[in-house]
Design a protein. Structure first.
Lengths: 285, 309
């Protein structure tokens, strides 16, 4: 699997000179399989740039196909969809797996973003590509693009977000953005740790420093301490930091990374490699 | 008055190195009458940083008052509102003005703040929020400022604003297509129409009337901020997107006799170097044509002092 980061920011895109190194686009990650098939996780503004890159290949000729996994439908995870050029090329095929419980509800959620008051596209029906919407049933593994995918619902403020465990021939990538325990003394359940267990790459929400999380607990995000604890408990090989707060500068993220390294070491995770997600960077499993 | 640009981009925010000089935030302009509360035009992502700046003033103590003039409710003109800190402080007052829609404005705007899209509903915001529905050609006062508006040529309809205060006038015309090829309403256009076909007489008359109203609104303005999302070449490929280009903006500025024309609503993939080139090219055009207005290109942080500062 090749994992590439197109958007690593939380809540709202954060353009500016102080977010250039890590990037200011909202959540979007691509996963290319060994045989070149594509799974996209989340549709933040990073999706526009992924789409522009894809247009150079089969998607530009209307011969592309991809599966899209949607963790939840907050703006920063869907706002790139209307700017994803491959959906405007007839012949391309997309299958979206996401929340809502039924395809009708999920389609209505995505349709809401295209409401003519807000979007000149007016409707998903104006996409030229085929766009098949399916609801995720958590805990039931499914196959997509030759990968085995399992979703798990995690607490996220007033709602929940799906984490995804993506497996290819014994290699494991876990995407766990937008997860936060409701209280300071709550810990991830044993089932959540089991879901992360043995991941070659565990991408985990590191929105906050612990002191910022303490004043914004209700927003449902993790601190780097939560991420480090999860990575150690699940014996992950690599931990990817992700979904940085929109107010954090590049220097802040550097500091977040150093603190996360120290937290891993302190918790017995010295052997865990730490990777702060940066736009445009690629990891191979 | 002071005019400050907080977001100059169209369609979608574009963070990154290639846009770091002009800025990647979507549309938001602050008009600050001397000694008075801010009048904010459009609420794109630039509004977030403006909000943080306002919290350093009376808004931080819950004593602030802001008026927000919305050109239209496409995402790139409203998506900063949920991140506008003054809305979350009790005691602040925020007046939001926009063109009347089929639904009440509160209902339109609240969609952005509701589950499953956003965790904090508008009803939970602590500031005192008032919506004002504007009809075609509305005129009203905000403090000492006189506000006028007129319809623009954009899908689902946008409006332009003129703010007169402190002996100066700023006019904001975004988003709009030229008044020459397509009359925009509510229909979705899959493919662009042919640009060389004659239009029906009633469409020509309506477009002419709209253009004349924009010229009248901008007449003698100190600053005209204009949608130049496209270059002329790009416009010819996508005339059905509802955006204009510098050649059209220059013609409007000339006919309205403005003092300054500011290119605005830069396309997302337009790099800083592209913007530099476009500005240089059209400064040359303006000079060669003998136009008397100054040509600017909007960037985040650009601040202009107009009239009695």
């Amino acid at each position: 699997m090749k994992i590439r980061f197109w958007g690593v920011r939380g809540s709202i895109p954060a353009p500016g000179p102080d977010t250039i190194r890590y990037g200011g686009n909202t959540s979007c990650v691509s996963v290319h399989t060994r045989d070149g098939r594509l799974v996209i996780v989340d549709m933040g503004t990073g999706l526009m740039h992924l789409g522009n890159a894809l247009m150079a290949g089969a998607f530009g000729k209307g011969a592309g196909r991809a599966t899209i996994l949607l963790s939840h439908s907050h703006w920063d995870h869907i706002q790139g969809l209307g700017f994803f050029t491959p959906v405007f090329v007839g012949g391309n095929q997309f299958t979206v797996f996401g929340p809502g419980g039924s395809p009708e509800v999920l389609e209505e959620i995505l349709e809401g973003q295209m409401d003519p008051n807000f979007s000149p596209l007016q409707s998903l029906k104006n996409f030229s590509a085929s766009f098949d919407v399916r609801a995720i049933q958590p805990g039931e593994p499914f196959e997509a693009e030759g990968l085995r995918i399992t979703a798990r619902e995690h607490p996220h403020g007033t709602t929940t977000a799906f984490a995804f465990r993506i497996e290819e021939a014994g290699r494991v990538f876990v995407y766990a953005s937008d997860v936060g325990q409701p209280t300071a003394d709550a810990a991830p359940s044993p089932e959540a740790i089991a879901f992360y267990r043995g991941a070659d790459v565990l991408l985990h929400d590191t929105t906050y420093r612990p002191e910022d999380q303490a004043t914004r607990r209700n927003r449902g995000f993790s601190s780097y301490e939560d991420a480090a604890a999860a990575a150690v408990a699940a014996e992950a090989k690599r931990l990817v930091m992700f979904h940085y707060d929109q107010d954090y500068t590049d220097d802040d993220v550097d500091a977040l990374c150093a603190s996360c390294r120290a937290a891993l070491d302190r918790r017995g995770g010295r052997s865990i490699e730490l990777v702060p997600a940066r736009e445009g960077e690629e990891l191979e499993i | 008055m002071k005019v400050r640009f907080w977001g100059v981009r169209g369609s979608i925010p574009v963070p990154g190195q290639a846009t770091s000089r002009y800025g990647g935030n979507t549309s938001c302009v602050e008009v600050r009458p001397r000694g008075d509360a801010p009048i904010i035009i459009d609420a794109g992502t630039g509004l977030r940083r403006l909000g943080k700046s306002l919290m350093e003033e009376a808004f931080g103590d819950g004593r602030g008052h802001a008026s927000v003039l919305i050109s239209h409710t496409h995402w790139d003109h409203v998506q900063g509102l949920p991140f506008f800190s003054p809305l979350y402080r009790e005691g602040n007052r925020v007046d939001i003005f926009a063109r009347q829609r089929d639904q009440h404005l509160a209902s339109v705007f609240s969609q952005q703040h509701n589950l499953p899209y956003f965790p904090v509903p508008m009803s939970a915001m602590k500031a005192d929020v008032h919506f004002h529905e504007l009809l075609e050609g509305a005129r009203f006062d905000i403090g000492r400022a006189k506000i006028a508006c007129t319809r623009l040529n954009h899908p689902w309809i946008a409006i332009a604003y003129r703010v007169d205060v402190d002996g100066a006038a700023v006019v904001y015309c975004a988003d709009t297509a030229p008044f020459t090829d397509i009359l925009f309403g509510r229909e979705f256009m899959v493919t662009p129409p042919a640009l060389d076909q004659p239009l029906p007489a009633d469409v020509v008359a309506e477009l002419d009337r709209m253009r004349a109203s924009v010229i009248a609104l901008a007449r003698g303005a100190d600053l005209l901020i204009y949608d130049t999302h496209f270059t002329l070449e790009e416009y010819r490929l996508r005339p059905h997107w509802g955006h204009s280009h510098p050649d059209d903006a220059i013609a409007i500025a000339r006919d309205a006799g403005v003092a300054r024309l500011c290119l605005f609503h830069h396309a997302p993939m337009r790099s800083d170097d592209d913007n530099d080139r476009i500005l240089a090219r059209y400064r040359e055009v303006v000079r060669a044509q003998g136009d008397r207005f100054e040509l600017l290109s909007a960037y985040e942080g650009l601040e202009l002092v107009l009239g009695d500062a």
